[in-house]
Write a protein that binds this ligand. Structure first.
Ligand code: NAP
Length: 276
């Protein structure tokens, strides 16, 4: 074999659950590209040193996942505006000049998934309700505001976290108390669950869902299970539903393109690879 094989991977802790290796390896195989994608369990104490060493070992970049998404902001040389705004990083590019470029593609992945799963949804259709105000919610809110949603109704169990997020993103974000979350569903054109509620091993969504109305677009970031109780209830109410797996697939596209030089397509084979 001649020449360097580009290496990429995902850094987190724990990392065994990550589906990113299946996704990237599927694309490498599909497009017949030389390259490898490796999951790496790295502690917070070792993170900086690992990021220094990887480019020297042939790595062209990595994905970053929990618990390092915020810490990496300080370790990169160049941070995109959207990663700065979101306050977290999920994709690093190791440049030839030795610098580290950091981006956050979660919001991009969220919006692409929404567009492909609910092609008739228009940002201008009305307010979007966002349940949750954690790291994922920040990426979702940024992308919805960017897309032109007139108002984001943000509700979170811990109100102060929602207020902080609203302060960061201006007057198109309105905080609604968690106990009143059920009341805003009816007026929403889009409902997004960004909490971990409904995920296997976590509590179920307890927000009463009687207010769901036919035609509303409902999407859940949780993808284990694929059909969460929220999505099942939304389907019964005649809503358009979009599951969370596509967000994971779409957010992986920009990194793969930068590292391996081919823009991959998200299709049913990619979904199947992620679910294997
Ligand atoms: P995070 O920063 O830890 O935030 C967790 C959110 O869930 C917070 O809003 C938290 O509310 C809320 N929550 C947790 N337990 C709750 C409960 N018992 N009752 C009410 N609210 C509760 O996590 P994250 O990174 O934002 O991720 C959130 C979810 O999105 C996870 O399930 C993750 O797997 C999923 N996700 C999916 C994708 C994808 O590609 N599909 C991407 C990113 C994340 P408090 O503030 O009150 O604690």
């Amino acid at each position: 074999m001649t020449g360097k094989i580009p290496l990429a991977g995902v850094i987190g802790s724990p990392i065994a659950h990550s589906r990113l290796p299946q996704i990237h390896r599927h694309w490498l195989k599909t497009y017949g590209l030389a390259g490898a994608y490796i999951p790496m369990d790295v502690s917070s104490a070792d993170l900086r040193e690992v990021l220094t060493v990887l480019p020297k070992a042939g790595f062209v970049g990595v994905n970053i996942t929990i618990p390092h998404k915020e810490a990496v902001l300080e370790m990169a040389d160049v941070v995109t505006d959207r990663a700065t705004l979101i306050g977290a990083v999920n994709t690093l590019i190791f440049r030839n000049d030795g610098t580290i470029h950091a981006d956050n593609t979660d919001g991009y992945g969220f919006l692409e998934n929404l567009k492909s799963g609910a092609p008739d949804w228009m940002p201008s259709a009305g307010p979007a309700t966002v349940l949750g105000a954690g790291g994922a919610a920040r990426a979702v809110v940024v992308s919805l505001l960017d897309a032109g949603v007139p108002e984001v109704l943000l509700t979170n169990r811990t109100r102060i976290r929602a207020e902080k997020l609203a302060d960061d993103f201006g007057n198109r974000v309105t905080v609604v108390d968690w106990v009143h979350a059920a009341n805003i569903l009816e007026e929403s054109a889009l409902i997004v669950n960004t909490t971990s509620l409904g995920m296997i091993g976590k509590q179920e969504m307890r927000v009463p869902l009687d207010g769901l109305r036919s035609g509303t677009v409902v999407t859940d970031l949780v993808y284990t299970p694929l059909r969460t109780n929220l999505l099942v209830a939304a389907e019964h109410a005649g809503c358009v539903t979009v599951d969370g797996l596509g967000m994971l697939l779409h957010q992986a596209v920009p990194g793969f393109e930068r590292w391996f030089g081919t823009r991959p397509t998200v299709d049913s084979a990619t979904r199947a690879a992620a679910l294997r």
